[in-house]
Design a protein around this ligand. Structure first.
Ligand code: HEM
Length: 478
């Protein structure tokens, strides 16, 4: 006992007694002067920060990305130099549930990566699916509301979910993935990750190509059946967290092969689908996967709150050699994440150790709540200046991107094929997997009003007549 360091209050003053509050007599009321007691309570009352509005439940780990395939002809990003190793932090998550949600539930999974590169942090904030439910960010909030709780019953509602989806045919592709076996991964280690959006690579000649990122699990894809999920959740709501933490503690480091698809700007003008539409994949037959490296997770966080809860990923974080694309979902996300994090964590969240770049950060941002580093000290705080302050570097300017078209609110559903790729996915499944998919969908539609089912069945049938008919039969409709 005597070997323990002395406990202190937050101001560093030694604590004489951490067991008994200060009272007037042994049975008496508290004294207002017991500031140690009040400090302890007051801090406790402020322990929670708002949970993420989506992806609230998550697990994180540190690791490395090692380059094994040469793509320097496509990108000048230093992290892609052959053989290079870059430190990473990966946060997995479920999406729709709150912080107490059960890990094994049917849901999409988040796959958010932060690469601590020598030219700044690159965040690739993806999912375990290559596509998404909506293609216009105007519909994102409506979509999320429909998947969360009914405002009156406080229950999740199949009616809300299918009502939204049945008004959004572009969701069909992602619904087919969510309701398939892949909607219930056995663990975070046993699923793939995707950047999902189209991004760009820029090479040393300042030429652009479009790129999609894939992370293929080396543990093998493994999923849970409905019965396994029910069993698992009954005994353990933290099954994914436990699995990831334990594997890393045991030295059984999970790995993913990292691959890219590349499309030239000329090819992008000729595809039958919009290559910047987040509800579409690029067929691998036309745009083959190119292996570029290995991602390994090999260190558990020391402190969950500091490193996982306070982690802030944003698609805005890119580095020279990697750029965005005209995908309007991606464009909105560039703004949305930093905005959410300034509210959820604070204006200076990028200074926290898990979020901080591991290269010098030099700019003229100053002050703000909880500015806990030196705040730039006495250095000049405006630009341009005559005192040698940091200056811009035109060599990292991206090539110009040609755009055309009059400003308008274009109907994104007009002329868009929402059914072929969803149907292709259905058609490559084996009979048994198709049956499980249709069972799951029919089960999820129980109790949903007729009109909504009718509208949604039309979409399944357009993807594949057997898909629509199979679900209709299960709902006892002809
Ligand atoms: C988390 C917004 C689409 C993946 C979040 C958060 C917001 C948000 C506000 C919480 C951020 C925080 O508090 O730190 C949006 C908007 C979208 C969109 C506005 C579309 C317009 C997507 C898509 C993907 C995705 C398409 C995947 C391809 C994620 C992930 C997280 C997240 C993985 C959790 C990040 C973490 O682990 O901290 N999203 N999202 N989101 N989103 Fe999105």
């Amino acid at each position: 006992m005597s070997k323990c360091p002395v406990m202190t209050t937050a101001n560093g003053s030694p604590v004489a007694d951490n067991q008994n509050s200060l009272t007037a007599g042994p049975r008496g009321p508290l004294l207002a002067q017991d500031w140690q007691l009040f400090e302890k309570h007051a801090h406790f009352n402020r322990e929670r920060i708002p949970e993420r509005v989506v992806h609230a439940k998550g697990s994180g780990a540190f690791g490395t990305f090692t380059v094994t395939g040469d793509i320097t002809k496509y990108t000048k990003a230093k992290l892609f130099e052959m053989g290079k190793q870059t430190d990473v932090f990966l946060r997995f998550s479920t999406v729709a549930g709150e912080k107490g949600a059960a890990d094994a539930e049917r849901d999409v999974r988040g796959f958010a990566l932060k690469f601590y590169t020598e030219e700044g942090n690159w965040d690739l904030v993806g999912n375990n699916t290559p596509v998404f439910f909506v293609r216009d960010p105007y519909k994102f909030m409506d979509f999320v509301h429909s998947q969360k709780r009914d405002p009156r019953t406080n229950l999740r509602s199949g009616t809300m979910q299918w009502d939204f989806w049945s008004h959004a045919p572009e969701a069909l592709h992602q619904i087919t993935i969510l309701m398939s076996d892949r909607g219930q991964p056995a663990s975070y280690r046993h699923m793939n990750g995707y950047g999902s959006h189209t991004y760009s690579f820029i090479n040393s000649q300042n030429e652009r190509v479009w790129v999609k990122f894939h992370f293929k699990t080396e543990q093998g894809q493994k999923t849970n059946s409905d019965a396994q999920v029910a069993d698992l959740i009954a005994g353990d709501r933290e099954s994914h967290q436990r699995d990831l933490y334990q594997a890393i503690e045991d030295g059984n480091f999970p790995q993913w092969k990292v691959k890219v698809q590349i499309m030239t700007e000329t090819q992008a003008e000729a595809t039958s689908y919009n290559p910047f539409d987040l509800t579409k994949v690029w067929p691998h037959s036309e745009f083959p996967l190119i292996e570029i490296g290995t991602l390994e997770l090999n260190r558990n966080p020391e402190n969950y709150f500091a490193e996982v809860e306070q982690a802030a990923f944003t698609p805005a974080n890119i580095v020279p050699g990697i750029g965005h694309s005209p995908d309007k979902m991606l464009q909105m996300r560039i703004l949305s994440y930093g905005d959410a994090q300034r509210y959820r964590v604070g204006a200076n969240h990028q200074h926290l150790p898990v979020n901080a770049a591991r290269c010098p950060v030099r700019n003229y941002q100053r002050d703000g709540a909880m500015r806990f580093d030196g705040n730039g000290g006495g250095a000049v705080n405006y630009e341009p200046n005559s005192f040698g302050g940091p200056a811009e570097d035109p060599s990292v300017k991206e090539p110009a991107l040609a755009l055309d078209g009059a400003a308008d609110r274009y109907d994104h559903r007009e002329g868009n094929d929402d059914f072929t790729q969803a149907g292709n996915l259905f058609r490559i499944m084996g009979k048994e997997e198709q049956n499980r998919l249709m069972d799951t969908i029919a089960g999820a539609m129980a109790g949903v009003p007729e009109e909504i089912i009718e509208r949604q069945l039309g979409y399944f049938s357009k993807a594949d007549t057997a898909y629509g008919a199979g679900i209709a039969a299960r709902l006892q409709r002809s």
